[in-house]
Ligand binder design. Sequence first.
Ligand code: 5RP
Length: 220
Amino acid sequence: MTQDELKVMVAKAALDYIPKNAVLGVGSGSTVMKFIEQIGISKAKVAKAVSSSNKTTEALKSVGVQVVDPNEVEPYEVYIDGADEVDPNFNMIKGGGACLTREKILTSMASKFICIVDKSKLVQTLGKFPLPVEIIPMAREQVARTLKELGGNPVLREGCITDNGCEILDVHGLNITDPVALEQKINQIPGVVTVGLFASKGADIVLYATEDGVKVLKRN
Ligand code: 5RP
């Protein structure tokens, strides 16, 4: 089975988590794109959605889902999104698609984060996938120096400007044994908009696709 087929499998499984008559938070990335495709194919009813990227917004509209400004909705129940890595404690690295800030905003508004991945995203320790950090461009060099002091090797993501007009540093070489502490530390560096560690608020449910079907992990 290809990784693409696994993504379709988990995207279909996520349809069961769409709330009835309530706002749905929708993340970004190729797995989420498959989820949106499945909304279109299955004609699943989505009352309205808040979106984590311009690309997601376009895709949702193309399958007939009404997208509203997060400022116009109250905190809601379900947010569905992918991840670049997930550890056994439901901590995640996100931001491979450069949408981490809006993803974190929508996560903060949701009571349940449903993470949809294929099995390749499950890891014992976060950090093999370079950690994305969204930054204000004028702070690039100073943020990079501080990230080096924390043991990482930050690399500017060439040609990438986020939906918020910012840049991304991808931090290589980290072995993240205390994700909550590192998330807090990096968030405090002046010029950092968001770090792609989702640990102080991680996933609540992880759906991961394997050749034997979609497995479900739930936080206790
Ligand atoms: C985008 C993200 C994505 O969820 C993450 O990169 C996973 O993407 P994909 O489903 O394409 O593997 O955080 O900012």
